[in-house]
Design a binder for this molecule. Structure first.
Ligand code: PMP
Length: 330
């Protein structure tokens, strides 16, 4: 019989799929690593497993312990499904801008969700950060993974994402492209690829317009999970050879194209990463192999990127699908 002992054993080993429609006019091979194949639906399952393992080893999580983390989605899902398997409770602190659907997913996995106001300063006692710090102090046995600073986040990509990509491309990879949020994906994967390939692999970060990493003005933007207004300790920028800076409008247009043209229903940061990867690939020869990470599933964005009214309200173009239905005669 062939089966996994638990859902946690199904994390990683996600497939690469060639992009064939959005790459029109590009000679290089562009391969997307589809992280929604992880059981919780995103790349964050990888870091959750590694962070919990390390916390148990270091005695930070004891039987009956409670995981407390400010997270608006993917990391929470990853932590919740690992925690369940091991008998820990989870408390997640989410800002109220996070769609109710996403909070409902966390509750469905058995986590408790504390909602905090979005529009307050970080040092306000009601902020996302203050509330999670207070809960960590008050809840006995609480452990805060702190994905922005925990070295076990990038380490999980060093141990899994990097080797998987190298193995699946038979070492022919020439360019690695990933969006940067906490920086865990690009730092861990990048470090592995540097070790095995040296400078033969170019490592490119993709950053939303408005974020700190790629320079320029720092301001708000709509794409979720990527970009920052500070440099997180989990990110090692020395591994990055260059950045592509992508606007929300470009990210969302590509996200919608990936669903309609490639059959890949993915989130906005995936669309953003693909825009970056196509810019990288545009001038490359046919023997170049570009791998781009698509971090999560698109189902969490149905009421945003995939909703025409939301898109139009926020000033984004939508290319409507032509209707095949007969127009009702008046
Ligand atoms: N996309 C999404 C949807 C994410 O949740 C994250 C994680 N914040 C990223 C991309 C970026 O990954 P990383 O934190 O490893 O840089």
């Amino acid at each position: 019989m062939r089966y996994a002992q638990s859902v946690a054993d199904l994390v990683g080993n996600t497939p690469l799929v060639r992009l064939s429609r959005v790459t029109d006019g590009i000679a290089a091979t562009v391969l997307a690593k589809i992280e929604y194949f992880n059981p919780g639906g995103s790349a964050k399952d990888r870091i959750a497993a590694n962070i919990v393992d390390a916390a148990e080893r270091d005695g930070l999580l004891q039987p009956g312990g409670v995981i407390v983390e400010p997270t608006s989605g993917n990391t929470g899902v990853g932590l919740a499904l690992i925690a369940q398997q091991r008998g820990y409770r989870c408390v997640f602190v989410v800002p109220d801008k996070v769609a109710e659907d996403k909070r409902a997913v966390l509750r469905a996995y058995g986590a408790e969700v504390v909602v905090t106001p979005t529009n307050v300063e970080p040092d306000d006692p009601n902020s996302y950060y203050s509330v999670s710090d207070r809960l960590v102090r008050e809840i006995p046995g609480a452990f805060k993974p702190n994905q922005y600073a925990n070295p076990n986040g990038p380490r999980s990509h060093y141990e899994t994402t990097g080797p998987e990509i190298w193995r699946d491309t038979d070492g022919r990879l020439t360019h690695f492209v990933a969006g940067v949020g906490t920086g865990g994906t690009i730092s861990g994967t990048g470090r592995y690829l540097r070790e095995v390939a040296g400078s033969a692999v170019r490592i490119v970060g993709v950053d939303p317009v408005g974020s700190i990493y790629s320079g320029g003005d720092i301001h708000g933007y709509d794409v979720e999970g990527v970009g920052e207004d500070f440099w997180p300790p989990a990110f090692d920028p020395s591994l990055v050879d260059g950045y592509e800076r992508v606007s929300d409008a470009e990210s969302f247009a590509m996200t919608r194209r990936l669903a309609r043209e490639e059959g890949l229903l993915v989130g906005g940061s995936s669309g953003m990463a693909v825009v970056g990867a196509l810019r990288v690939a545009r001038d490359l020869p046919a023997d170049a192999v570009v791998v781009v990470v698509l971090p999560d599933h698109g189902r969490g964005y149905l009421s945003k990127i995939f909703d025409d009214d939301w898109m139009i309200e926020r000033g984004y173009d939508v290319a409507p699908v032509a209707s095949l239905l007969p127009t009702p005669s008046e």
